[in-house]
Design a protein around this ligand. Structure first.
Ligand code: ATP
Ligand code: MG
Length: 566
């Protein structure tokens, strides 16, 4: 992976369509009877991450656009690592992203019988043999890219003997690892994958769908293309690391095909994102070692993590669209993803007031016990979202950082003798403050000018800052979880000789308790999304209870001050 190679979305706009161009050309040439049929083939050994979203958007997107179909096919060829929990989560996440496989939910294990028959066929044609050597020996005979491999002493076995052994392998007569079935292709091929690849191995773990029926399981390369063929897939889209497998994919299809139809494998670049990693194995380690709270920890690049963080499916699809599809491995800047979600949430979220680090403000000339309802519009980008009222009273909370006892020259917020506007309400002037024994400011005293209520004649009087606030008596309590990047280096999994765990950011989660939110949030439900004015976009966490509302910060506002002061 080229770490410095950040993708500029403008440059990928055209390159992104190279696969689409192939599909258009195939349709024009009348290939496969004008059908477009793709598949998304997850292995159910983990939760989907945003890299998978890139594949899903292409597989389902191309089918949709060209009147075709896309199958969901679980690549469940390894019973040791696979679990039903993962199958359920994968389906939930694809639906959430906005795609539908209708009734076409398939499993590689649906084809174990056909795959076995195909292997038997190859044996009969002298194109596959049982090798009794241990994996380490087989691997040591592979040769190098420039030196041919060494032929196995079992390569010359007769079809009869191979058939007998393969059957007995499947009946459980032999131990795991003691024998494999290999395709008999070419030990001198310049492509290492063609040097008699292993196509079946013995596994004695029960399979989540086929139970104890099978003791031999096909390798990925032997299952994938064949399943494509059985399902009538026309365009088998996968990531670039499979480019070197393509000759084997095609060789196997050649042995299987009976007419003009053949599936075609096309590779595109994986999605890699800065400050995170996409390996399911490593993500599983993070979960198992308790380094995150689970697959759906809002810091994870998983789809369920992003969902819990407050990402919308639209923002993820938009991001995938922006980065496009190319033939060059690269790493995408996570800030582009953040940009996509910010853009999306800007349009769809209501604005609300919440104070993360509350500082009490007492307006000494405001009548005790009085409450006024202040009207605020919910979203300046979208009038149809209407407005709401929030209560204003004598005691309020503002952010601690909006007050300074001894402000520097350029500090325009609240300070002794200074004026600010409380958004939607009045201009107030600081007349004093109180401190505790430790020297922390605990309360600010102000007076308000009744003539300056927003909308009134003096409402335009110049002040340099506008603050958000909540009424102390009416505010509801909230917990707010602020997230930073999970890793503190751009490519944590790509560091030579250093474990990615060494790059975990110790400050990736900061929990704030005792935050104060405007009362309209009392009815918020898990996954509801808001813009906390001046603070960023926030999403209600499913951990929320009736007396503890929990918010996750999805992403900050790029430039809260510029917006507020214009
Ligand atoms: P493993 O590391 O276990 O091989 P994988 O990430 O390749 O896992 P699969 O479940 O095999 O996961 O992937 C399903 C599909 O998603 C494949 O077609 C794969 O090419 C694609 N895919 C996986 N990771 C990415 C990624 N980072 N970017 C784009 N596509 C991806
Ligand atoms: Mg894979």
């Amino acid at each position: 992976m080229n770490e410095g190679n950040l993708i500029d979305p403008r440059e990928t706009k055209l390159a992104g369509s190279f696969i689409e161009q192939i599909i258009i050309d195939d349709l024009a040439a009348g290939k496969n009877d004008g059908r477009v049929h793709t598949r998304f083939p997850p292995e159910p050994n983990g939760y989907l991450h945003i890299g998978h979203a890139k594949a899903i958007c292409l597989d389902f997107g191309m089918a949709q656009k060209y009147g075709g179909k896309c199958n969901l096919r679980f690549d469940d060829t390894n019973p040791v690592k696979e679990e039903v929990e993962y199958i359920d989560s994968i389906k939930e996440d694809i639906r959430w992203l906005g795609f539908d496989w209708e009734d076409r939910e398939y499993y590689a294990s649906d084809y174990f019988g056909k795959l076995y028959d195909f292997a038997v066929d190859l044996i009969k044609k002298g194109l596959a043999y049982v090798d009794d050597q241990p994996a380490a020996v087989i691997s040591s005979q592979k040769g190098t890219p420039t030196q041919p491999g060494t032929e196995s002493p079992f390569r010359g076995r007769s079809p009869e003997e191979n058939l007998d052994l393969f059957e007995r392998m499947n009946h459980g007569e032999f131990e795991e690892g003691s024998r494999v079935l290999r395709a008999r292709i070419d030990m001198a091929s310049p492509n290492m994958h063609m040097r008699d690849p292993i196509i079946y191995r013995i596994i004695k773990t029960a399979h989540h769908r086929t139970g104890e029926s099978w003791k031999v399981y096909p390798m990925y390369d032997f299952a994938h293309g064949q399943c494509d063929y059985f399902e009538g897939i026309t365009h088998s889209l996968c990531t670039l690391e499979f480019e070197v497998h393509r000759p084997l994919y095609d060789w196997l299809i050649d042995q299987l095909k009976t007419d003009d139809y053949r599936p075609r494998q096309i590779e595109f670049n994986r999605l890699n994102l800065t400050y995170t990693m996409m390996s399911k194995r490593k993500l599983l380690e993070l979960v198992q070692e308790g380094l995150v709270s689970g697959w759906d920890d809002p810091r994870m690049p998983t789809l369920c993590g992003l969902r819990r963080r407050g990402y919308t499916p639209e923002s993820i699809r938009k991001f995938v669209d922006l980065i496009g599809y190319t033939k060059v491995e690269a790493i995408n800047d996570v800030s582009l993803l953040e940009h996509a979600v910010r853009d999306d949430l800007n349009l769809r979220t209501p604005r609300v007031f919440a104070v993360l680090n509350p500082l009490k403000v007492v307006i000494t000339n405001y009548p005790e016990g009085k409450t006024e309802n202040v009207e605020l519009i919910n979203n300046p980008e979208d009038e149809s979202m209407g407005s709401r009222t929030i209560p204003f009273s004598r005691e309020l909370y503002i952010e601690q950082e909006d007050f300074m006892e001894n402000p520097p020259h350029k500090f325009f917020r609240l300070a002794p003798g200074k004026e600010v506007r409380l958004k939607g309400a009045y201009i107030i002037k600081c007349t004093g403050f109180e401190k505790d024994a430790a020297g922390n400011v605990t309360e600010v005293r102000c007076t308000y000018d009744p003539e300056t209520r927003s909308g009134a004649s003096l409402a335009d009087r110049k002040v340099k800052a506008t603050l958000h606030w909540v009424s102390a008596e009416h505010a509801i309590d909230a917990e707010v979880r602020l997230y930073d990047r999970l890793f503190n280096t751009e490519d944590p999994a790509g560091q030579k000789d250093e474990d990615y765990r060494n790059f975990l950011n110790p400050d990736s989660l900061k929990v704030l308790r005792g935050c104060k939110a405007e009362p309209s949030l009392a009815t918020a439900r898990p996954l509801d999304k808001f813009q906390f004015q001046r603070l960023g976009y926030f999403c209600v966490d499913p951990d929320s209870t009736s007396n503890n509302l929990v918010f996750n910060r999805t992403v900050g506002l790029r430039d809260s001050w510029a917006k507020l002061n214009k």
